[in-house]
Design a protein around this ligand. Sequence first.
Ligand code: FRU
Length: 713
Amino acid sequence: MKSARHSVLCFLTLGFALAVVASEPDIPIADFEGATYGDWKVTGEAFGPGPAHGTLPSQMTVSGFRGHGLANSFYGGDRSVGRLTSPEFAIRRAYITFLIGGGGWEKQTCMNLLVGGKIVRTATGPNTKPGGSEELAPASWDVREWAGQNAQIEIVDEATGGWGHINVDEIVQTDRKPPALLLDATRSLTIRKRYLNLPVKNGAPKRHVSLLVEGRVVREFDIELADTAPDWWAFLDLTAWQGKPATIKVDKLREDSPALNAIEQADGIKGAEDLYREALRPQFHFTSRRGWLNDPNGLVFYKGEYHLFYQHSPYSWSGDDKHWGHAVSTDLVHWRELPIALYPDEHGAMWSGSAVVDWNNTAGFQTGKEKVLVCMFTAAGNPFTQGIAYSNDRGRTWTKYAGNPVLPHIVGGDRDPKVIWYAPDKKWVMALYLDKDQYALFSSPNLKQWERLCDVVIPGTAECPEFFEIALEGNRKAMRWVFYGANGRYLVGRFDGRLFTPESGPISLNYGNCFYASQTFNDIPSADGRRILVPWGPIATPGMPFNQILGLPVALTLRATDDGLRLRVNPVKELRSLRTGRTVLKARTLVPGENPLAGVKGELFDLSADICLDQAAEVRFKLRGVAVMYDSKAQELSCEGKRAPLKPVNGCIRLRMLVDRTSVDIFGNDGSLYMPMGVIVPHDNLSLEISAQGGAARINSLEVYPLKSSWQR
Ligand code: FRU
């Protein structure tokens, strides 16, 4: 804590020291706070009938503007064009300052200063590539040479493609010299410690930082470098370059910014003493130590270790420039983070994919005794392609295949290869997302050459395919194949090595609000035989140095039900190792108005209940304030506005619910209902409640296990 406080102080002192007192008051030119553009001339459609109040429909979140309004030419999307022209004004101050964002196309998405009808200054937003940010950033012009002359400002949107819009706000004449932007600011150092710790301020203008070792760029990335007190510290592993001379280069840096000097070489991650103790840090769901996380990737089991890779933005809280983070576990409960496995490369950022053990060395990558792990991923460049990387040391280090891409671009945003071994034909099979609800299957003898086998359509889903074999009713002689997309809508069918033929579905795997892009483990030993799934849990963790969670590992089984073939989902048994004490309620009647759990207090819980509804119209749990309600008449379970069907069996329902700091995972009737919920559980509420409404219910059994954190052994 001491060092964190110290650095905050440094930022403040520097900031204050550089404040300069203005001589003449500023003259506002436009703040776009009115309902219309007033006396500005508007042509075309792009700027809409008046200033936008922030983000327009289908636009990424616009931030960095001042007040409520701004000029935003995304009205009608990127396709629309238009222009805003200011009335004439006299140049009476030394500088014109403004906030600008959006497209970076010169002459097409820009703001111009006109003197005598000629463009004398111009500025654009920062973006020309897919991705990027809608953040407005400060910019300025020195206009002293036109002092006293009449001028006009025009804001132009003539672009119709990607980033075909411009955002502007807060145009002001001022005598206060805006801090200059230093270009390619550098700092030299000799690498002597394990990490570089980098100060991040969420929402600050993005800077492009390069790390050069012996003159060669070894890492480069965008980061919202903190010019003021940082929100959190990102880290970069320096292990590979110990003892070497290095340079940190920042493409643009405000001259008064302390950020470059604040970047710190250290043996630990800054603030490591608080790791896993942060207020919203889940205690038994996987999270990244720092930065953004989304899809689980490359789930594979090899030699006693479950490998978990995940979509990771190590330098950003909001998800930029995807890498593959990496963690391992021997029990699916306690995870140990390893260094980042895949970094973006010349083919693009590292988007989702899978991993396999190449038992037969089909790709020829094996160099020693250890079997090779191979990852297949999407390189999200322009266009997207699919590539592979391999490891000869149990996933500790990774090499990209020199022949990448192994599958050229096919269509749209084709991505997220899921590879499995198809034993009957001794070949690899890959499921790939193509576009909208379209997927395709491919096969390969060696992970390098791929042949398209067939196409698969799953209405109502997109992205992240899963394709695996599973025993019906646990009978290995009655195998079926499951194919699903990122939201978990699944088909069950048969596969003959070339063609997937659906027999049922699509059906929703889950009813929660905290489930997406799930994947199942490859290479689980047949003696175990489970199909273990891990989803991404999309829930924001504001104020934390990390963002988003992974869902609990769950085991899938396939059952023949009255409704057809259905997957059942239950938490993996290993999670029971976190149980500490136990409160058991014996069978009893639950009369409205009583709460037999009133005496139980705690933070993390695993709760199992078997309840007969009898006369109760509703049975209601309050898990640390989070309501989970069962409506007997509607036969529906609801939580945080989500509803899910759950049919009583002989008048009774069974629930298993696991409460962590930012989630409640709900399983109904032995896995026929799967409802992972992302919810920030109130930290000061440690109570549990069960109650019957509108009549008595009956508790057959109710067991509550307080859980310990998986981060403390
Ligand atoms: C799903 C997804 C994938 C993509 C990845 C990028 O959440 O959009 O389709 O590969 O995330 O992080």
